[in-house]
Design a protein around this ligand. Structure first.
Ligand code: CA
Length: 711
């Protein structure tokens, strides 16, 4: 849509400015009988049993449990068994791992808590003591999605790029390796996966500018076994890595020889989905967006696909050598990562309805893909949300882009936006109902080229301008109208029939990940703090409870002493909440981390949060003329909005600058913004990208917002 044309495009662009992305067979354990963790076979393909041993429940990562003591007939009797405070106000995205009666759950800043899974009693806490200044490198809050466990050892990815092994009984550190160049804006938020005697970990950072890769380390000592780079190095030379042959043959020719990718690393980070396909003895992983986002800036004279950005890639499990790839979004231009949940399953898609092993994904770009797991061949790809960027897939499986999709100097309304039709919130698959459950959303975003893009070491660097063409003040009703356009839903997708069987509409986007169970249930939390159980076959709502904190993380289930438990980590934070909590200004519950565990007949209660109220009034009068405020708006959108909220309205996860005493005082503002006085809290100095005059202009804009609220 043209900038001065249809109102909806401009409207969304204004309010969403800066909010973008801102990503059955052979169980051996017996229900109720906790066996020592140490058998690789325990986490085999298929459904999860009494324990929850891997990120996705099993190696196939279906997030489907075969436990059925809690079922459609009795779920109404679910009550609180115990709660545990994670003591953080930042984002919580963790999948708890439950092994040998112990729950391992991670929280903000990569802090790991080991709890008695029956009672919630704390056994030990491991804090890797991440330098809070690293928080500025985290595009999407200082979150962690969970650990891996094997043979009494817990593996933890740390925000600053470390991979660590801990004694599962005591939390004692066994080994620690640095997996990234810590001088660059890499972070780790994803869960490691253990595959045979290796632990695999990727990283993130493509919003700020890095080169992505997946690494395999020896479980014993953290020695690097193999590494697969997803995009070329700037010189297109061999790295001496497992990816050398694939890059030389496939990836290097798909990139041009100049452009911002050489400086910014090209992106392609492997920040979430990694699955072990045991049947084909391979690792399949999802690759993220290009860096910078804007392909015309990233690779100006290239016409290639920029492999392997936004791709699903399979490599040999032992060597990391390339097997196949399928690129969901050739020459990505929109932050359409393909890092979302990868699920392996057997579907009746072979000749005469024979079982065919497939891998499924619903990535940000809005298509639900079913691929042959052995070959990577596309079986089907269908839109599961409305979209403006493509009209379908062609005969070769490539998206048919719309004429406006490759935005230039004029604003275009992109659906999905960079937050994706589905982000990191885990999808689940029920082999019983033969349905994939997608935590889907519609969050459009107006995008156009950032004409002023330059190297900005502490800031997002996407080549997309989140503010240009918009005004610091908004007509009344703007936010309400934009909010009405944003939707969230739970879609039960039939991967064989290639359409939804049922859909539940939520009040808004960014709801929690999914758990499916053999009790015929689907569990999902909502941004507004309700944990809900639906009937898997129909989507009928059977039970719900408000947990007094937003929910983004996926629930899991386990069984001990004949009792089945359902548990979820609450606390919302995360990319959307940091940047767009203002859509839910008065409705979103406090963002406090807590583990809440349920059982049938549980009679526990969820404590109220005792939070100090922030005095919502300006602490100083506005100053400066309209030109200064306008300049401040532009710099705010570029440097501040992704953490403190577009339009200077914060969700409360990070300070709302309008009401801060720091904003009221010129000298204090300068100390914080330019001299790093609060670096210990994660607010590093922005002196490398803001001049003193620009910083003061931002202060003028924020105080204008505080004293003249609009929108
Ligand atoms: Ca991204």
């Amino acid at each position: 849509m043209r900038r001065n044309g249809v109102w909806r495009g401009a409207l969304v662009g204004v309010a969403v400015a800066g909010m973008v992305g801102l990503q059955g067979c052979g169980q051996v354990e017996t229900a109720g009988q906790a066996m020592p963790v140490g058998h690789d076979s325990m986490a085999r393909a298929g459904s999860a049993g009494a324990q929850w041993l891997t990120y996705g429940g099993t190696k196939d990562e279906q997030r489907h449990s075969r436990l059925s003591r809690i079922n459609t007939g009795n779920v109404g009797k679910l009550g609180v068994a115990w709660t545990y405070e994670l003591s953080t106000g930042r984002g919580v995205e963790a999948t708890p791992i439950v092994a040998d009666g112990v729950m391992y759950v991670t929280s903000a800043w990569s802090v790991l808590h080991a709890l008695d899974a029956r009672t919630g009693r704390e056994l030990w806490v491991y804090d890797p003591e991440v330098d809070r200044a690293v928080g500025a490198k985290a595009c999407c809050d200082v979150v962690n999605r969970g650990v891996a466990i094997r043979d009494g050892v817990v593996f933890l990815g740390v925000l600053d790029g470390r991979l660590e092994a801990l004694d599962a009984k005591t939390g004692r550190l066994l080994w620690s390796v640095v997996t990234v160049d810590q001088a660059k804006p890499y972070t780790i938020t994803g869960a490691p996966r253990v595959i045979r005697d290796m632990v695999l970990i990727g990283n993130g950072g493509a919003e700020l500018g890095v080169r992505g890769y997946l690494s395999a380390y020896d479980v014993k000592d953290g020695r690097l076994r193999w590494r697969f780079y997803t995009v070329p190095n700037p010189d297109k030379r061999p790295d001496g890595a497992a990816s050398d042959e694939a890059l030389a043959r496939l990836a290097n020719p798909s990139w041009g020889d100049r452009g911002a990718w050489k400086r910014d690393g090209g992106g392609g980070t492997v920040w979430d989905a990694i699955v072990h396909d045991e049947v084909n003895d391979q690792v399949i992983f999802g690759v993220g967006n290009g860096s910078p986002w804007n392909a015309a800036i990233r690779d100006p004279d290239g016409r290639g696909d920029n492999l392997f950005v936004s791709s699903i890639v399979a490599v040999d499990a032992d060597t990391g050598r390339y097997r196949w790839h399928y690129q969901t979004t050739p020459r990505d231009n929109w932050d359409y990562t393909a890092t979302q949940t990868l699920i392996l399953a057997d579907l009746p898609l072979g000749p005469n309805g024979a079982a065919r092993r497939v891998v499924m994904q619903a990535p940000k770009n809005g298509f639900f893909y079913v691929l042959d797991a052995r070959t990577g061949a596309l079986i089907s790809g269908d839109a599961f949300v409305p979209m403006t960027w493509a009209t379908g897939l062609d005969a070769r499986g490539r998206p048919i882009e719309t004429a406006d999709a490759r935005y230039g100097d004029e604003s275009r309304l992109m659906m999905p936006g960079p937050l994706g039709a589905h982000n990191w919130h885990p999808m689940a698959y029920s082999p019983d109902a033969r349905l994939a459950f997608i935590p889907a959303q519609e969050v459009p975003q107006a995008m156009h080229r950032d004409l002023l893009m330059e190297t900005r070491p502490v800031a997002w660097n996407t080549g997309v301008d989140f503010s240009s063409g918009f005004a610091p003040r908004l007509p009344d009703g703007t936010i309400k109208a934009v909010r009405a356009m944003m939707k969230g839903r739970l879609i039960a997708w039939d991967p064989v029939a290639r359409r939804p069987r049922w859909t539940v509409e939520h009040d808004g986007p960014w709801n929690g990940g999914i758990l499916s169970t053999a009790g015929g249930l689907v569990f999902q939390g909502t941004l507004k703090g309700d944990l809900v159980a639906y009937e898997a076959a129909t989507g009928r709502r059977l039970w719900a409870m408000n947990l007094k904190s937003g929910i983004a993380a996926p629930p899991v289930t386990y069984e001990l002493d004949g009792e089945q438990y359902v548990t979820v980590a609450t606390g919302w934070g995360t990319a959307f909440a940091l940047a767009a909590g203002f859509f839910f200004d008065r409705e979103v519950p406090p963002a406090l981390g807590r583990v809440v565990t349920f059982r049938l007949g549980g009679t526990g209660t969820i404590p109220d949060h005792d939070l100090p109220m922030i005095e919502r009034r300006p602490k100083a009068p506005a100053f400066g003329d309209a030109r200064l405020v306008e300049a401040g708006f532009r710099h705010y959108a570029r440097s501040c909005a992704v953490c403190h909220g577009p339009l200077a309205i914060s969700s409360g996860v990070l300070p709302d600058l309008r009401w801060s005493p720091v904003t009221a005082d010129r000298a204090q503002w300068r100390e914080v913004v330019l001299e790093g006085r609060l670096a210990g809290n994660g607010m590093v100095s922005f002196a490398t990208q803001l001049t003193p005059d620009e910083a003061e202009a931002i202060r003028a804009y924020v105080l204008d917002r505080a004293n003249n609220p609009s929108g």
